[in-house]
Design a protein around this ligand. Structure first.
Ligand code: URA
Length: 410
């Protein structure tokens, strides 16, 4: 394989065959193909795109770069959900235990937050003791016991994606549709699923800004999933205001607990039920009953215990990560809320310390926003439209200003 020739072929709009793509990915994973050539290839893909056959071959090659989870012959159907990322999106924490009530197995591999979007692993780690690093035998034993495991990507699952994602992150090649499709789908296919539902977001707080871009991404991911034998559904969901009423790690866990105890905000409950019913064997009404009746909550408590978390802490979670500064924000006027821009709230939350700038940074579990007003609500001047949780007064000042900039009252 002469790599410069392959880079030139892609640069000039040619189509690579499955063998060429397989060779590129395997020699990159082994460390034989240097980062500078892989960056050049990623940039060529960014500008030239990939055909469906190339995207499928790339997904397959990334999947084959590591281990895939294997399941016993007679185990229940394996299902999962993937979201392309949003602000205040804590659906996974509610949906995974809910689906496990349906005698399905939910081997959920999640990521950490990067940029303005939060990550499920960071949220779970706000629960004292919760261990997201499960080996494959540990995950299997847990699935056999309770039907759900929530964990991070190990070094052995899709190592090509881990390496390529880090390179894309610093070479301006993250927002490339075929690279996103292969990255997301290779990780999900490594779970050896029977069914997958994709929550593809669009709007100011999402990766894809327009519905059209999100629809294209959703369709490509769905096609790859189906081609690999996984029943794959995709739903498009707006991400123009934060989901639910909280943004920030511990604050989102608290809201998830309330939702699992039947007290969730409508948008979070509805989205969770819409997504869960795509891969469940029971009706949306049955799922809604399990959520409001406490069955999913019981499963969540068992999940936390199984992964070493302090289940007792869930009962008083509002006191587990208190932020030094908790400040109510008063509405500057009266009327209906027209806008609470998700992208701006995500950035403000990141600056408070809830997210990271670089992959190796740590997150502050205590900070973020709570009691967020929802678009369409009527509000009187001086009423609380949100609460900032911050480390310092200066950080709270900055977050409050950003919040008021994100808010429009009609
Ligand atoms: N999430 C991923 O895992 N990969 C991407 O490329 C984008 C979002």
């Amino acid at each position: 394989m002469h790599v410069p020739t392959l880079i030139e072929k892609k640069r000039d709009g040619g189509e690579l065959d499955a063998e060429e793509i397989g060779e590129i990915v395997s020699s990159f994973t082994r460390g034989d193909l240097p980062d500078y050539q892989m960056s050049a290839m990623a940039m060529a893909v960014f500008f030239r795109g990939m055909t469906d056959a190339e995207t499928a071959a790339l997904t397959r090659a990334m999947l084959d770069s590591g281990d895939v989870l294997t399941w016993p012959e007679d185990s229940p159907p394996k299902v999962d959900k993937h979201s392309t990322g949003g602000i205040g999106d804590k659906v996974s924490l509610v949906l995974a235990p809910l689906l496990a009530c349906d005698e399905l197995w939910v081997p959920m591999i999640s990521g950490r937050g990067l940029g303005i979007t939060g990550g499920t692993l960071d949220k779970l780690e706000a629960i004292p003791g919760f261990n997201v690093n499960l080996s494959q035998p540990e995950a299997l034993a847990q699935l056999e016991r309770i039907g759900v495991a929530m964990m991070g990507q190990t070094a052995r699952i899709c190592p090509a994606d881990k390496k390529l994602y880090a390179l894309r992150d610093v070479s301006g090649t993250v927002p490339s549709q075929p690279l996103i499709v292969a990255s997301i789908m290779s990780k999900k296919l490594a779970e050896s699923l029977d069914a997958l539902v994709l929550d593809v977001k669009f709007g100011s707080g999402a990766f894809m800004k327009t519905r059209k871009e999100a629809a294209e991404l959703a369709e490509r991911m769905r096609e790859v999933g189906l081609a690999m034998g996984v029943r794959t559904a995709a739903r498009l969901n707006p991400m123009n205001e934060p989901l639910g009423r909280t943004v920030g790690n511990a604050l989102e866990v608290l809201e998830s607990i309330q939702t699992l105890q039947g007290q969730g905000p409508d948008d979070l409950v509805n989205l969770t039920l819409d997504l869960a019913s795509e891969v469940s064997t029971v009706s949306r009404d049955t799922l809604a009953g399990w959520l409001s009746g406490g069955r999913a909550w019981e499963k969540f408590v068992r999940l936390v215990e199984a992964q070493g978390g302090d289940a007792g802490a869930l009962e008083h979670f509002d006191r587990v990560h208190p932020a030094p500064i908790v400040r109510e924000i008063a509405a500057p006027g009266s009327g209906a809320i027209d806008r609470l821009d998700a992208g701006s709230i995500g950035r403000a939350s990141l600056e408070l310390g809830a997210g990271r700038g670089r992959a190796e940074d740590s997150v502050d579990h205590s900070v973020g926003f709570s009691r967020l007003a929802k678009v369409g609500n009527r509000i009187e001047r001086g009423e609380t439209v949100g609460v900032v949780h911050a480390r310092t007064e200066a950080a709270a000042d900055q977050a409050e200003a950003a919040f008021l900039g994100a808010l429009r009252i009609g």
